[in-house]
Design a protein around this ligand. Sequence first.
Ligand code: MSP
Length: 515
Amino acid sequence: MSKETSYYVTTPIYYVNDSPHIGHAYTSLACDALARFMRLDGRTVKFLTGTDEHGEKVAKAAAEAGVAPQEFVDRISARFRALGTTLDFTNDDFIRTTEPRHIESVRQLWRELVKRDWIYLGTYAGWYSVRDEAFYAEKELVDGKAPTGAPVEWVEEPSYFFRLSAWQDRLLAFYEANPDFILPATRRNEVVSFVKGGLNDLSVSRTSFDWGVPVPDDPGHVMYVWIDALTNYISAVGYPDMNAADYRTFWPADVHMVGKDILRFHAVYWPAFLMAAEIAPPKRVFAHGWWTNEGAKISKSVGNIIDPHDLVARYGVDQVRYFLLREVPFGNDGDFSHRAMIGRKNGDLANDFGNLVQRVLSMVQRNCAAAAPEPGPFDSADRALLDQAWGSLPTLREQYARQRFHLALIHLWGVIGAANRYVDEQAPWALRKTDPARMNTVLYVLVEVIRHLAILSQPVTPRGAAKILDQLAVAAEARDFGQLGAAGAIPPGTALPKPEGVFPRHDPDAMVPGS
Ligand code: MSP
């Protein structure tokens, strides 16, 4: 498999101190849409997610639950897997940092860094936030707290350090040479100015607790949870075996998808660790924004956590997926509100897309003997609409390549809008009596446009898209992007099953289980 046709996308691995919420669902959903898009476009994809199971935060959560750490992490990790089932995620792998394949990998990376003298033993004396699992300099504190608002504690202990200070110029040169390494551009600027501000050596081991990967040759230390966690991205492709088929196919990763809060770890520490070990850094880190809930910051203490399982139960999987990727320009912060969610479900999905499909397929069913009609010659209106549908792929490729999911969806809904206008203008119901041959052409054009819309919407609304393709009698193996345009055109005369509604309107009586 050549690197050009492979695509490797990763989510952050999630801390197992708590159950999954909408923030986790969001990061993974973006990766899922990307992975699905690339597979449909003929690439060999590896989509990785998993759980981050070591460190002080997780150890404390286990102690509070009165359970041994391994038992605790097994339990919570399973909930993150279940989230994938609820949201139709298609990850190819699920990595856990307590797995032997990962422990071996991170220990080897450590040895490579020691061998090249990038790690030395010293003493850490400074501030640490368990919630952020991050070290903070005195000057970074705001009113005695971490800049994130998390409490900090004074830590003084023997520690290994990574010579991060030596990487300032090399990192700046790397960002300069790879302008798309950090997206969106505003985030890139933040990272560049952080690095320009100077880098301190980074403490990379802890001695005050033992829930972590022991440092090779010095088991009194466990590795700092971030060096442990970041390494998952190469463990999953076979590191330290750099000849492993997956490693050769997929590394360097195409995109590490992260939230803006953990960009520094991915865009500063990670490429420095990798380059220091003479391993290629990933091609891109994309930092998305944060969701608030009806205007308020989401937090456990406020009690306004949005449970993705509840959302899906209330609104439907496709609807939640569509809403999250359409509502907010990807990269910006966004606000969740039930009003906005219902607006998208009823407006974009039920009215615009669902009704188009329902109207057209019902007319075909009634007026064309339940089979794809035989078209006559296409006029300029037909061609314009078909061209718009056929020409969507290059636009979508461009948007997906830069993780602009909202723009990809806006483009598709532009085609949906054009198709709805075409139905109104052509009025096929009136042609039935006056010009049945023309009615057949119009309905054929619409069937083909709907086939395109269904194929292209699969990454975001896979269930609805599959239902539409079933109703168009498109075989399961004829649903990829290679089938766009004339290649996969529905042969006139193809029998079409009885249409059923695809994107239902919101039922205000639908209750969230348990509420
Ligand atoms: N374990 C680390 C990542 C290690 S990756 C080598 C971690 N885990 S996390 O569980 O705390 O967060 C994972 C992701 O969830 C982050 O990308 C974070 O931005 C995202 N979100 C958490 N809350 C969020 C919102 N309210 N909104 C959007 N995403 C948010 O960090």
